[in-house]
Ligand binder design. Structure first.
Ligand code: ADP
Length: 298
């Protein structure tokens, strides 16, 4: 049984992204303490009982940092934009896909079964993912982290309910991109096995058609030092990407509705690559990236 008991001190600043700017984030500090205990056995795939995922929360009033969630189909760019916002706002970017891949790389007793699930594009059990996330939050809290930008969690209604039961999510950003671009982006994804850098060799050039605007996304090519060390994710084959999109539509679309019904969902259509999308996203969030402006001006 995985049990996460958390004490959280919710925000003075509420859901409105408009009220949060980089200059004000420094005063949005929180104090959180987490208690985590778990059993030694974990079910990787089958659904778990409500008790297995019980989360206990006590709250007292104080300030805390932003608690945002990124939703969106595989390949949409959740990781890219969550990482940029995390740097801008000074909060950790927690990607459950990265936690799963880290677990796989550790070659622990569950690795083989886990890779079977992940490489087929299926979801791991709510119980297992909550256990990984709890461990990550606990480690962050021990280092004094506060707030988070979650990427890849929640992905099922059960996960969303558990998260909603334990803390207030301020904002959920739902990134959207046409399916043809999503598939091309997944197939073009490359990771440097040495430095961990993420690149994309796909050049997406969709012509405008039937009233839909065209879209251009330039490739994000690796530096020559990474060229010979590029790898692809085993779940980025065409067949598995299509299955992941299917799983997203089945399991995670309802999560979008879940947050829409709670007035927390910000729908964001990506207009193209990072140069067009990042400034537009910042405007939608009423944020300003001074560093980015300096870079552009230089
Ligand atoms: P994607 O690129 O499809 O968004 P991620 O990198 O976020 O994929 O996750 C990789 C894999 O890790 C998923 O296909 C799934 O097997 C597992 N995973 C990640 N997050 C979750 C979650 N919240 N619930 C269940 N499985 C997850």
């Amino acid at each position: 049984m995985a049990v996460l008991s958390r004490l959280l001190f919710p925000a003075r600043a509420t859901a409105a992204a408009a009220s949060i700017s980089p200059s004000s984030t420094s005063i949005l500090n929180s104090i959180r303490t987490a208690f985590f205990s778990s059993s030694s056995t974990t079910n990787l795939q089958s659904p778990s009982s409500p008790e297995e995922n019980s989360l206990h929360l006590r709250r007292t009033g104080a300030e805390r940092n932003v608690q945002w969630v990124f939703l969106g189909c595989p390949g949409v760019g959740k990781g890219t934009y969550a990482a940029r916002l995390s740097k801008l706002l000074g909060v950790p970017h927690i990607a459950t896909g990265d936690l799963v891949r880290h677990e796989l790389a550790s070659r622990g007793p569950l690795s083989e079964k886990l890779s079977e699930i992940v490489n087929k594009g299926k979801l791991v059990s709510d119980e297992f993912i909550i256990k990984l996330l709890s461990k990550r939050l606990e480690a962050g809290e021990a280092k004094g982290e506060s707030g988070f930008i979650l990427d890849g969690f929640p992905r099922t209604i059960k996960q969303a309910e558990i998260l909603e039961g334990v803390t207030d999510i301020d904002l959920v950003i739902n990134l959207k991109l046409r399916e043809e671009a999503l598939i091309a982006k997944c197939l073009g994804r490359r990771i440097c096995s040495q430095c961990g850098g993420n690149y994309n060799i796909a050049c997406i050039d969709i012509k405008s058609e039937n009233g839909l605007p065209g879209m251009y996304m330039a490739p994000l090519l690796p530096p020559s030092s990474c060229e010979s060390k590029l790898t692809t994710r085993p779940d980025d084959t065409e067949e598995v990407v299509k299955h992941r999109l299917h799983v997203y539509n089945e399991m995670s679309r309802p999560v979008e509705i879940f947050y829409q019904n709670r007035g927390k969902l910000l729908e964001f259509d990506l207009p193209g690559g990072i140069p067009e999308s990042w400034p537009k996203l910042l405007r939608a969030l009423h944020l300003d990236d001074h560093e980015d402006k300096k870079t552009v001006a230089a």
